[in-house]
Design a protein around this ligand. Structure first.
Ligand SMILES: C[S@@+](CC[C@H](N)C(=O)[O-])C[C@H]1O[C@@H](n2cnc3c(N)ncnc32)[C@H](O)[C@@H]1O
Length: 321
């Protein structure tokens, strides 16, 4: 239990292991086989993602940071001070520090599935911002999440950077945004970063960096499953692949089986043919018009939108109706 003036309180709403097992097994029975991108993120996966954000090939993070730097004053003036910032998929991003410094919120609720990484980063932030109440929530943001009661009655500001919205299929993206609008309440703001459609070469390079960090990140999902669900994937028997699917408007990421093999997944023998692919991520790209339509259908109005000079990335300030 936390007292009202307590600066730090952790809420562990991580889905039960049985739910994760059932989700992984059901994905392995599909054709093509599928794994949710949330399984990328154990502590090592979160560190690898941080490494990706620093790569030359990975333009989204530096482009989004440039948009923050250019427009933070306007964002602050529009939102106002003294709010509660709720970050979906918080990781350890630099972006939140800029936002916290500019907005001076009363409370910050980072939500993430990667528990150890979340706790470590939330504690560091609480030390660095001693006047800020920090209430980390370990949860799957694709499910409904009750926010900590300490934030009741505060003006809520959602923060969803990094184009993580692109990991949802378009209809689940709408459902997710509609749920966020409900959580923030009428008049609540959502600051969201969304990757734009662009030429295939730039997109594919961002997910096939020459250093091979994205490949390690993709393969780490198997190491994560072996550790938490006791599966026996051999990561060396799979290879990273990422392509832009122009007709869907998304990057699709796979692990291709290099050999004919059998994997024990929670007591089931799953067969992979040589060359068969396990689908690990979709990352949808949206033109500003497409994203405007998605946000509108989920109960948000666009208050402001900013694009960089190359039209690579969009930052949108939405307001729940
Ligand atoms: C692409 S990273 C973005 C990190 C950071 N917000 C940024 O913009 O750089 C996605 C983050 O969301 C978290 N995440 C992914 N799927 C999730 C889910 N279903 N529920 C909660 N957190 C999730 C990951 O652990 C990771 O920290």
């Amino acid at each position: 239990m936390s007292t009202p003036d307590q600066q730090f309180a952790f809420y562990d709403l991580h889905p039960p292991m049985d739910d994760m097992t059932a989700e992984v097994c059901s994905g392995m029975r599909e054709s093509p086989k599928k794994l949710s991108p949330k399984f990328f993120y154990d502590e090592r996966g979160s560190q690898l993602f941080e490494a990706i954000t620093r790569l030359d090939a990975y333009y989204p993070t530096r482009t989004e940071l440039g948009l923050f730097d250019a427009h933070l004053e306007e964002i602050t003036q529009t939102i106002g001070l003294d709010s509660c910032v709720v970050e979906y998929g918080s990781g350890s991003s630099l972006k939140i520090r800029k936002l916290l410094q500019a907005l001076s919120p009363s409370a910050y609720v980072p939500i993430d599935i990667s528990k150890d990484f979340l706790l470590h980063n939330a504690r560091t932030l609480a030390e660095d911002f001693p006047a800020l109440h920090v209430f980390p929530v370990c949860a799957d943001f694709s499910q409904a999440i009750a926010l900590p009661p300490q934030t009741d009655g505060m003006h809520r500001v959602g923060f969803f950077p990094g184009s993580s919205i692109g990991n949802f299929e378009p209809e689940p993206a709408r459902t997710f945004l509609a749920r966020v609008a409900g959580t923030l309440g009428s008049g609540g703001h959502l600051l969201i970063g969304v990757d734009c459609k662009k030429d295939t070469k730039t997109l594919e390079l961002a997910y096939n960096d020459p250093e091979g960090v994205t490949a390690q990140f993709n393969l780490n999902a198997l190491v994560h499953l072996n550790r938490v669900l006791n599966t026996d994937f051999d990561p060396q028997a799979f290879a990273h692949e990422a392509h832009y699917n122009e007709s869907y408007g998304c990057i699709q990421m796979f692990l291709r089986s290099l050999v004919d093999q059998r994997v024990d997944v929670c007591g089931e023998h799953i067969h992979f043919c040589a060359g068969e692919r396990l689908h690990t991520e979709n990352s949808y790209k949206y033109t500003p018009a497409e994203f405007g339509q998605l946000a509108g259908s989920a109960g948000f109005d666009i208050q402001r939108q900013w694009l960089d000079d190359s039209n690579y990335f969009g930052l949108y300030l939405l307001r729940a109706r």
